[in-house]
Design a protein around this ligand. Structure first.
Ligand SMILES: [Zn+2]
Length: 252
């Protein structure tokens, strides 16, 4: 019955191809779905590479990097109240964020926001002291949007809100001032140049007390602080900044 074995082998190969989810972005091993395997739903890296990612241990920092004295010292004038970050700005996140931001590798929005939402739900969901009322993204100026064609923070925030089952305020914030690149500027220089860069498109709805701002990277925290100040002037009581990475500058 050699032919039967050949047929079965052929069918097994077809089944494998049909269920094959692609190759792991890091080790290039093929990813196959297995029962209750979260990598299957992400379909981007294999379970071994997922387990190897250098994620912050949220239980040790209580889901808030501002509870870490070194970070608190590095962000002395921050206007947000909590900082939830997935990972330091190291490989592979630094590579992924550059591919996402500058090369339009959009599948990363889904993967990174799923990872972010997984950690958020694991460590922050049970913080019921003040539930999240709204998720917003750091907006880009229309000229930047026209140039790049998308806003990476919006793509992340939209997916994150969906995964975390939180309301997303797509149009609430507007960037009215486009600044030159912030790269290499100190925190004080960034704060000065960002003054008046954001506004609300419409009055804040009643009952919005805790807002969560999503961005790809926090560096000096100046952008999120400026947005936090705008939100707090409009009546928001607590702002949480959620980012994929943190990359602290030498001078703040
Ligand atoms: Zn892998």
């Amino acid at each position: 019955m050699e032919w039967l074995a050949l047929v079965n082998k052929g069918l097994a190969r077809v089944a494998k191809l049909v269920t094959h989810l692609g190759s792991c972005d890091l080790c290039l091993q093929e990813i196959y779905p297995t029962k209750r395997d979260e990598c299957s739903s992400m379909g981007f890296i294999c379970r071994y590479c997922l387990a190897d990612l250098a994620l912050f241990e949220q239980e040790k920092i209580k889901g808030d990097l501002l509870s870490w004295p070194a970070v608190k010292r590095a962000l002395p004038k921050c206007q947000f109240d909590r900082l939830f970050v997935l990972s330091p700005y190291l490989y592979p996140f630094d590579t992924w964020l550059k591919q996402f931001k500058y090369q339009g590798r959009f599948q990363l929005a889904r993967f990174l926001s799923k990872l972010l939402a997984r950690e958020w739900l694991k460590y922050a969901y049970f913080d019921v002291t003040q539930p999240v009322d709204l998720v917003v993204a750091v907006p880009v100026h229309v000229s930047r949007w026209q140039q790049r064609g998308y806003n990476q923070a919006h793509l992340l925030a939209k997916e994150f809100a969906q995964q975390a089952k939180l309301p997303y305020g797509t149009h609430l914030l507007k960037r009215v001032k486009q600044n030159a690149s912030q790269v290499g500027k100190s925190g004080a220089e960034r704060r000065t140049s960002l003054r008046g860069a954001f506004c609300l498109r419409e009055p804040l709805a009643d009952g919005i007390k805790h807002v969560l701002i999503v961005d790809d990277v926090v560096t000096t925290g100046s952008t999120a602080s400026e947005i936090s100040a705008v939100l707090k002037r409009a009546g928001v009581e607590k702002v949480t900044l959620v980012t994929v990475c943190i990359s602290l500058p030498q001078k703040c």
